[in-house]
Write a protein that binds this ligand. Structure first.
Ligand code: PEP
Ligand code: MN
Length: 356
């Protein structure tokens, strides 16, 4: 059920409807839009007493939502969700494309700074780096943990990059929250419902990757878990699904981008690195992702990929990343989008990075 308020409804009208919903034993989720506010209702097992709300001041309509997801749906919020990062001009969603780039794993301070400098210079506004890694083998490198988070916090100060990093479980999420700007929930955890709920109680935005065999509806339902706890800042990410192909690690399902756009107001990013698993396929698929209308790219970049402790084969070199930024910027124009550049770095240009 959702309550659509009239465009002229006052803040007090909205507040009164929310209080009424609470008094009925449900949870209200007000979503302000450009034209009007809609209020989603969760926590109800069956139908909500429609009449109790329909007659209230400022209410235009009370609508039954037939889809299993409510808060992620465009029925509730027509306008695209734009995630903002306080104190910066970086955004995810809306007209500008977000570029989130960096090494699969943070391996050392030197490696992190070297890659961060390259991606920031090329214009990325976000650094992604793993501190806690979900590895297929328990014997493979598992990430540097909190030490990596500390390094990324330093990187933010120096290069003005927002930090995106994965939380594997509730314990690592507590730490990620202390250091990062955005929490990544990885493909393997897309249906870890207690982790999704915990992320839903965080003040940080969440980057939710599609599970290896998840349908569109399952992806949206996972986002619904986060939003149902009150965190509405969620970005989705297509990262390839398991198919029978053997020329790539996964099959990047670009058709999910317009499908998400139609059903949901949430931004949808594309990760051509995990989506293909092969360095030479990252650039062509990044171009295709921008052409298909994604809201941003998640790309693995490494200064010495042959020595990388994880995902070296799919990590691109800094010069390939610059080429990607250049070509994708031009494609973005054709689809009426733009790739904004990291401004703090421009201000730093000429200053001695070597001073670190
Ligand atoms: C990653 O982003 O490094 C990662 C492990 O991604 P995914 O969860 O998509 O496999
Ligand atoms: Mn990786």
């Amino acid at each position: 059920m959702l309550v659509v308020m009239k465009p002229q409804a006052s803040a007090a009208d909205i507040q009164a409807v929310c209080e009424r919903i609470e008094s009925l034993g449900y949870r209200p989720h007000p979503m302000p839009g450009a034209q009007r506010t809609a209020i989603g209702i969760t926590g109800n097992q069956g139908a909500v007493e429609q009449d109790a709300l329909a007659e209230m001041a400022g209410v235009a309509d009370v609508i039954k939502v037939s889809k299993p997801y409510k808060l992620v749906s465009r029925d509730l919020k027509e306008d695209d969700t734009i995630i903002r990062f306080p104190g910066t001009d970086a955004t995810i969603g809306g007209r500008d494309l977000a570029v989130i780039a960096g090494p699969c794993s943070i391996e050392s301070r030197d490696q992190a700074f070297a890659v961060a400098e390259e991606v920031a210079k090329a214009g990325a506004q976000f650094l992604r780096g793993g501190a806690y890694k979900p590895r297929t083998s328990p014997y493979a490198f598992q990430g540097m943990g909190e030490a990596a988070l500390e390094i990324m916090a330093e990187v933010r100060e120096r290069f003005g990059l927002r930090i995106v990093t994965e939380a594997l479980d509730n314990e690592s999420l507590e730490l990620v929250e202390q250091y990062a700007d955005m929490i990544q929930i990885g493909a393997r955890n897309m249906q870890n419902y207690s982790l999704l709920r915990r992320a839903g109680r965080s003040r940080l935005p969440v980057l939710l990757k599609r599970g290896l065999s998840a349908t569109l509806e399952e992806l949206l339902m996972a986002a619904e878990y986060v939003m149902s706890e009150g965190n509405y800042q969620v970005a989705l990410c297509e990262r390839g699904i398991r198919t029978f192909t053997d020329h790539t690690r996964n099959t990047l399902d670009l058709s999910i981008v317009p499908a998400v756009e139609r059903l949901s107001h949430l931004p949808i990013l594309v990760d051509p690195s995990h989506g293909t698993g092969k360095r030479d396929k990252v650039l062509p698929l990044a171009r295709a992702a921008v052409a298909v209308g994604c809201d941003g790219l998640l790309v693995e970049v490494h200064n010495a990929p042959d020595k990388a402790l994880s995902d070296g084969a799919q990590s691109i070199y800094p010069d390939q990343f610059r080429q990607m930024m250049d070509e994708c910027s031009r494609i973005a124009e054709v689809v009426h989008r733009r790739i904004p550049r990291n401004l703090q770095l421009t201000a730093l240009e000429g200053a001695a990075y070597s001073g670190r």
